[in-house]
Ligand binder design. Structure first.
Ligand SMILES: [Fe+2]
Length: 364
């Protein structure tokens, strides 16, 4: 039994099907709002994969789930297939993944640190570490909690023979096609070789910077985007539904987290390898205090052109102007003051001009 807070009362409830499945897997479960360093996060042997793993269950939600896995030098995972969508980011190392439908031909794609891809729904796949001297680490986000809670049966989710031909037909160019633009800051592909060097498009609405949204593996729920912003700048505060996992790819800085009406903001310092996940309706704002551009990758709900308005990403309480965030001139001046102090601490120059705070008109 677990307890759930509901206002001032605590209600006992039984564990969800996903929680029961997760407990039975025997892996560490990391909770909270962030993991500081996924490169060094302690993992445990995971019989399902034949390698190491840990769950990353951030932001007090059971809609999507993070997972860090490690493959020993020269090692390989057990083959797997499942009835949920997943997006995989290679934190470190070099390797390859083979994909095949039941009784179908195998196709293999090689990857490296920074690669991004999504196993097609229920397609078999097996990862290989091609480096005999160094482990591979990967971070994935999936909607496994939704699938396991829907069917109440982990075995079914991991052992269903159905072949989804619309999701994957083993086309020769499936993983080699670099993809195509499908609209403003939207890209459809099945494999991104390196998220650190992928060319982004300008996006100024949420502050100076660039961005690109990805549809991968014919997914309809789990998507990704990359954002980058220059030194001396910070993004506008914004909020949305749960499930976005923000992975820092480079640069130095911090994020602030708070709920409407809160005076105290939680500060999370980050660097390459940190992952942060805001809670439902929790404001979050990202600050660059380093000498270089800060780039991050978000694994989240909401596929460009398919499920961009996914209810987990854009719930009904959101107003349209919340997508662009709180305008600088309407934010608490303490936010800029803290940024100035943090940049001074790191020896960097603030480029964003001090916002001219809008003064409410008095009746005359
Ligand atoms: Fe966000």
């Amino acid at each position: 039994m677990v307890e759930e807070q509901d206002g001032a009362r605590r209600w006992p409830r039984t564990a969800s099907p996903f929680e029961k499945w997760q407990d039975a897997e025997g892996l560490p479960i990391y909770r909270g709002s962030y993991v500081e360093d996924m490169y060094t996060l302690e993992l445990k042997p995971w019989p399902r994969l034949g390698q190491l793993g840990a769950f990353v269950m951030l932001a007090e939600q059971e809609e999507d789930a993070g997972l860090v896995t490690e493959i020993r030098p020269g090692g390989q995972t057990e083959p797997q297939h499942h009835l949920f969508e997943m997006v995989i980011y290679i934190l470190d190392g070099r390797g390859a993944t083979s994909f095949w439908q039941q009784d179908g031909r195998k196709q293999t794609v090689e990857w490296q640190r920074g690669s991004l891809f999504a196993p097609p729904l229920n397609c078999y796949y097996q990862h290989f570490n091609l480096d005999g001297s160094k482990p591979v680490r990967m971070f994935s986000v999936s909607n496994a909690p939704q699938a396991i809670n829907l069917y109440h049966d982990g075995d079914f989710v991991f052992d269903c023979p159905y072949v989804f031909k619309e999701r994957y037909r083993a086309d020769d160019t499936y993983f080699t096609d670099p993809g195509r633009s499908t609209g403003t800051r939207a890209w459809q592909t099945n494999f991104v070789p390196d998220v650190r060097s992928f060319r982004l498009e300008e996006w100024r609405e949420r502050g100076a910077g660039t961005n690109m949204n990805f549809r991968l593996g014919n997914n309809t729920q789990m998507a990704a985007h990359i954002s980058e912003f220059p030194p001396g700048h910070y993004k506008k505060a914004h909020r949305h539904g749960v499930g976005a996992h923000v992975i820092i790819l480079g640069g130095a800085g911090y994020s602030l987290l708070w709920f409407e009406g809160e005076k105290e903001r939680r500060k999370v310092d980050w660097l390459d390898g940190s992952v942060l996940s805001p809670k439902e309706a929790e404001y979050h704002q990202h600050f660059n205090t380093g000498p270089n551009h800060a780039r991050y990758l978000a694994l989240r709900f909401g596929v460009p052109g398919v499920g961009q308005g996914h209810s987990n990403q854009n719930p009904a309480w959101m107003t349209p102007d919340e997508i662009d965030g709180i305008p600088y001139e309407r934010e608490d001046p303490a936010i800029y003051d803290l940024y100035v102090a943090e940049c001074a601490k790191h020896g960097s120059t603030v480029e964003l001009p001090r916002p001219q705070v809008a003064v409410p008109r008095t009746a005359s």
